[in-house]
Design a protein. Structure first.
Length: 226
């Protein structure tokens, strides 16, 4: 005969709780194992990712085309101004002549360690700068001295001058392969583009055109006229 009593019920209850705890522990272990395995898989994949490979000097110079350009500096420069023209209020000034006064000569050229193709150098620089259709001056080409001509200044008053300026470009380059029997050619290029002509009035903001600020300070002086 099997007896059941308070002690027997408590033992059965303890066994049930133990079974549930064991099952919960097994599930927890399985989840932790799966997470650990997933994390290890991710770490293994990350470790297997290829690292960037250093490029040798010879590969760098020989790759990516014939020329490699360093820093390119572009500066607005004044090329020529006119004499100062003063127009008094109410003065008849139908045909005022502005005479060109040269300030600096800008000539395109190359200074290199060995002979290079001038045409290829300038073509490569123009393509590298991506000037939106603007043309770089070619080797030996100078900014032409302007003839400012005459202007009708009737109804105007103050001090005026005509200006011409350009964007001067200075750039360094390397051509060839380091480590070869023939040494690479290195050099610098000076050229210009974007010739701009105009008239400015002393005492007014000359704007941002190349050379206009310099022209104002040079001809008008520090004291503005109104």
């Amino acid at each position: 005969m099997t007896r059941s009593g308070p002690d027997t019920g408590k033992s059965a209850g303890r066994r049930g709780v133990g079974v549930r705890q064991a099952a919960l522990l097994a599930v927890t272990v399985l989840v932790a194992t799966a997470c650990t395995a997933s994390s290890q898989d991710r770490e293994a994949k990350a470790a297997a990712s290829p690292k960037p490979t250093a490029i040798s000097v010879s590969q760098w110079i020989c790759g990516n085309g014939r020329f490699h350009w360093g820093k390119i500096r572009t500066t607005g420069k004044l090329v020529a101004v006119s004499q100062l023209v003063r127009v008094e209020k109410g003065e008849q000034a139908a045909s005022v002549k502005f005479q060109a006064v040269p300030v600096r000569e800008v000539t395109a050229g190359i200074d290199s360690s060995a002979k290079v193709s001038e045409e290829l150098v300038f073509a490569s620089l123009e393509q590298h700068m991506n000037l939106g259709g603007k043309r770089l001056a070619q080797n030996g080409e100078s900014v032409p001295m302007p003839d400012f001509g005459t202007d009708d200044m009737t109804g105007m008053n103050g001090d005026y001058l005509s200006v011409i300026g350009v964007q001067v470009v200075e750039a360094s380059f390397v051509q060839g392969c380091a480590g070869n029997a023939k040494a690479p050619v290195y050099g610098t290029v000076t050229t210009w583009y974007g010739k701009t002509e105009g008239m400015i009035k002393c005492g007014r903001n000359p704007g941002t055109y190349p050379g206009f600020r310099e022209a104002h300070d040079l001809v008008c002086g520090e004291e503005p006229r109104t």
